[in-house]
Design a binder for this molecule. Structure first.
Ligand SMILES: Cc1cc2nc3c(=O)[nH]c(=O)nc-3n(C[C@H](O)[C@H](O)[C@H](O)COP(=O)(O)O)c2cc1C
Length: 261
């Protein structure tokens, strides 16, 4: 894994991890994660916090066997009633997820598989803020053996571990001719977005390319039935697209444009 240190490498190997070893996240690892979190919070206006050793937040999911040894989480806290902040939360928290992936940690976004009220008790939620979502974080089960696996093996696990909408479905608004004429960076961006996590794997985002303006756009697909978490998933998908495309920047919002440079 040593030579695989770029965010695109994390995109290519990340999968949701539901079983963890009981080893804690030690102070050193926590410090490193916080060094990633601090500038992200500053940049994004979010208030993402690492909370360690609170297995009671996942008591039910751990007891049912849906999760194993879940005990640490990122509390994704941001401004109340702010749609753009929800999208930014997806974008920037997924950035932390990918950094954690490169450190060999496992992650799982959670909307339902936790006790939200209990989670809120162990983080700071100011009066004008809310706790949007959580991300379980920890050492994946059998993590020492896992460290021996090659990058290519992990890529293969990512590629085959779950179904995905096709490239054509992700670009549903485009004709075959438009797809063929789109630049390589657009295809690479969409392919990275296809590997992104989304609530219940609904993959509620589509992309299009405008040849005249040389821009891409990202849209929420209302038929995906992800009305609850669509903005978060839009932010996650935009981050993955941006990493896949190599360089460039998004405008926020449903229909927001991406300029490649
Ligand atoms: C906003 C959001 C909420 C999620 N909530 C849960 C959850 O409560 N329980 C769970 O097991 N997985 C949850 N997931 C994980 C998704 O099921 C998972 O990302 C999706 O199936 C795609 O799989 P992958 O992450 O392995 O690519 C959530 C993902 C997202 C993005």
């Amino acid at each position: 894994m040593a030579e695989h240190t770029q965010l695109i490498d994390a995109v290519n190997i990340r999968t949701a991890i539901r079983s963890y070893d009981s080893d804690p996240i030690d102070d050193d690892a926590a410090r490193q994660l916080e060094m990633t979190l601090d500038p992200i919070n500053l940049l994004s206006g979010l208030h993402i916090q690492l909370v360690r050793d609170r297995p009671q937040v996942f008591a039910e999911a751990n007891a049912s066997g849906h999760l194993k040894n879940a005990a640490n989480y990122l509390a994704i806290v941001g401004p109340k009633d702010d749609d753009e902040a929800k999208e930014r939360a997806g974008f920037y928290a997924e950035r932390v997820v990918l950094a954690a992936t490169l450190r060999g940690l496992g992650t799982l976004w959670v909307a339902g598989s936790w006790d939200r009220a209990e989670a809120a008790r162990h983080c700071h939620v100011r009066r004008d803020e809310e706790l949007y979502l959580g991300v379980v974080i920890g050492h994946p089960e059998h993590h020492l053996e896992r460290l021996q696996e090659s990058y290519d093996e992990l890529v293969e696990v990512q590629r085959t571990h779950r179904p995905t909408k096709s490239y054509e479905e992700f670009t549903a608004g485009m004709t075959d001719d438009e797809r063929a004429a789109a630049p390589e960076w657009f295809r690479a961006g969409v392919e990275a977005a296809m590997k992104a996590p989304s609530a219940m794997n609904r993959q509620p985002v589509t992309f299009s390319y405008d040849a005249d303006a040389d821009t891409a756009a990202a849209h929420i697909d209302p038929s995906a039935g992800d009305e609850h978490w669509a903005l978060n998933d839009l932010g996650i998908a935009k981050l993955h697209f941006q990493i896949g495309a190599g360089q460039g920047q998004w405008a926020w919002g449903d229909g927001g444009l991406f300029i490649h440079r």
